[in-house]
Design a protein around this ligand. Structure first.
Ligand code: SAM
Length: 259
């Protein structure tokens, strides 16, 4: 099927690994199939994947342009209703069997996944399912070329100074505090100068599937720190703070001694 999209949603559609992950998670869903919410439906592609299986799909999208595209793309499906509304102001009247919400970003800092799910979960049946199911975040010490927060895209150059270390795991069924703050101890794997960290997010699509970063799904985030000389096997403590949904401006990071 050919989708009408905005340029941003077109890039999302071109990311085949991202789409395949969500498609397979929807295909593997085998519980009740009365009502699904597709939160932040964009072009409507995930609602399209849901359409053969659910009696009713309600697809919410805050962007007027994107919702118009979704409405046009999905006009042939009588079981899908596209609503141009912010999830926070939508009047939920029914509880769903499934919530699909792809407002993902690295560590969920720059998108509203956590605030949106904390709100919308009130409208999920007791034994209901959320796709994706959660995330795992890892952190590494790095030496960065650039001195601003940036994503690991084509022009990002850096050298890695530690093995990836899991520092947080989130299950979207839990109530999640959007404000993250933790001191993390990272073991350097070689001698040299570090001046930042790399954060990588893995998406748990369901109990069986995990998806690493793709170009449009959580490209790793590179965060600068002051320069520090490290030796192999030395532990470096960093205090990392951010607010999920408040953007990369909310990120604060510093070295801490002896914790
Ligand atoms: C990463 S895109 C995913 C689009 C589509 N589901 C897909 O997988 O291609 C996230 C979408 O969520 C929408 N969005 C973000 N916050 C929202 C909110 N509070 N309520 C409704 N939609 C929202 C954005 O406009 C964007 O279209």
């Amino acid at each position: 099927m050919k989708f009408k999209t905005t340029p941003y949603h077109s890039d999302l559609l071109k990311d085949k690994d991202r789409l395949a992950g969500f498609y397979n998670a929807i295909l593997e869903y085998d519980s009740n199939k009365e009502l699904a919410y597709d939160l932040g439906c964009g072009s409507g592609v995930l609602s399209y994947f849901l359409s053969p299986y659910f009696e009713e799909i309600i697809s919410l999208e805050v962007s007027f342009k994107a919702s118009q595209c979704a409405r046009e793309n999905l006009s042939g499906f009588s079981n899908i209703e596209v609503v141009n509304r912010d999830v926070f102001s939508y009047d939920f009247t029914k509880k769903a069997d499934l919530i699909v919400c792809e407002m993902m970003d690295t560590a969920l800092i720059d998108e509203e996944q956590i605030p949106v799910l904390n709100h919308a979960k009130n409208f999920l049946k007791e034994n209901g399912t959320i796709i994706p199911k959660g995330i795992i975040n890892t952190i590494e010490l790095v030496n960065l070329e650039r001195d601003n927060i940036h994503w690991d895209e084509d022009d990002a150059n850096y050298e890695v100074f530690s093995h990836p270390q899991v520092y947080s795991e989130l299950n979207f069924s839990d109530d999640i505090d959007p404000d993250f703050e933790e001191v993390i101890s990272i073991e350097a794997s070689k001698d040299g100068i570090v001046n930042g960290v790399k954060i990588t997010t893995f998406t748990l699509l369901n109990d069986n599937m995990i998806c690493g970063p793709t170009p449009m799904l959580n490209p790793p985030l590179l965060i600068p720190l002051d320069e520090k000389s490290v030796n192999s096997n030395q532990f470096i403590n960093v205090k990392l703070k951010y607010s999920m949904g408040k953007g990369i401006e909310s990120i604060k990071i510093e070295y801490v001694e002896g914790e």
